[in-house]
Design a protein around this ligand. Structure first.
Ligand code: NAD
Length: 286
């Protein structure tokens, strides 16, 4: 018998998270006189990256956070990029910063990102922050996977003792999600392109996460009745934006599912803002 499938509304949850950030910013301002600030560093003119950076500045404006727009020309060298990261990190008005990736060809974006000091890592993606997450130490958390956990918490999805199956093993989504689910006392399975029987692995999940980049890969054969499905995928197709999970096909099977767009997407910026206010609170503590 088909069940009613509920929709996880990422826009609504992101608004709630932004509201919390707004309150924390006001409390910090009242206590210290300081407004927390986020800096973005953009190298070159990539149109998609410009849009992403613009959205981050708009979000800062929305919650009352300072934002700093740092740019470098496409021809910048690795040394120049890393010098700009150091200069930005030294600015005491800036409490969190991100280096917009990918960098133009010929530059090593991950190496440059890893020069961001842990105390200012707003994306939570540096080696230091990922190491802290993997060893249960506090610190900024990778924004997109942390947004997945916040969505599940908001909808009171039980996690302790439940089985989370993650499809995708990237450093920015799949792998950090393993640790975030372990923090929630989930049993975790991570699947990838060499997984022998993806359908069977996914069907074991009380929670199934698609973080692959393959349109509608996860369908009816992958999801057990009553499971919760979270779709991180964003794929541009002729039919518009679609996720990694077959949203229509999973109606009547999943208990809850995120749409694309309007699911995980809005959470990434909300969690970036959360990391930044937390970094500012830590910097101004005492
Ligand atoms: P990635 O390309 O780095 O990793 C993809 C992973 O999927 C790999 O680990 C690979 O092993 C696995 N994979 C590929 N084909 C597979 C298959 N057929 N079966 C099983 N596993 C397979 O991707 P990423 O950076 O983690 O991004 C994944 C998706 O999430 C993309 O669509 C991306 O656009 C999206 N994304 C969204 C956000 C956001 O909402 N805010 C943030 C980051 C990424």
């Amino acid at each position: 018998m088909a069940i009613d499938t509920g929709i996880i509304d990422g826009r609504e949850v992101a608004q709630a998270v932004r509201g919390e950030v707004r309150q924390r910013l006001e409390a910090l301002r009242a206590r210290t006189g300081v407004t927390a600030g986020l800096a973005t560093i953009l190298v070159g003119e990539d149109p998609a990256s410009k849009v992403y950076v613009g959205n981050k500045h708009k979000a800062c404006h929305d919650v009352g956070m300072e934002s700093f727009d740092v740019t470098l020309p496409a021809g910048a060298t690795q040394t120049e990029v890393e010098a700009k990261v150091a200069e930005t990190a030294a600015d005491e008005r800036i409490h969190g910063m991100i280096l917009q990736l990918p960098l133009p060809k010929g530059l090593d974006g991950v190496a440059a990102m890893n020069t961001i000091p842990a105390a200012k890592d707003a994306d939570g993606l540096t080696l230091a922050s990922q190491g802290r997450l993997a060893t249960n130490l506090p610190g900024p958390r990778p924004a997109t996977p942390w947004g997945v956990i916040r969505l599940l918490e908001h909808y009171d999805v039980p996690m302790s003792g439940r089985h989370a199956v993650i499809v995708g093993r990237s450093n920015i989504v799949g792998k950090p999600l393993v640790h975030l689910f372990l923090e929630q006392n989930c049993t975790v399975t991570i699947c990838h392109s060499r997984t022998a029987d993806l359908e069977a692995e996914c069907r074991r999940g009380d929670i199934v996460i698609g973080a692959v980049g393959v349109p509608k890969l996860i369908g009816r054969a992958h999801v057990s009745e009553g499971a919760v499905v979270v779709d991180v995928g964003i794929n541009r197709t002729d039919a518009g934006l679609v996720g990694d999970c077959d949203f229509e096909g999973l109606q009547g099977i999943a208990r809850l599912i995120t749409p694309v767009p309007g699911g995980v997407g809005p959470m990434t910026i909300a969690m970036l803002l959360t990391n930044t206010v937390a970094l500012a609170e830590a910097a101004l503590a005492g």
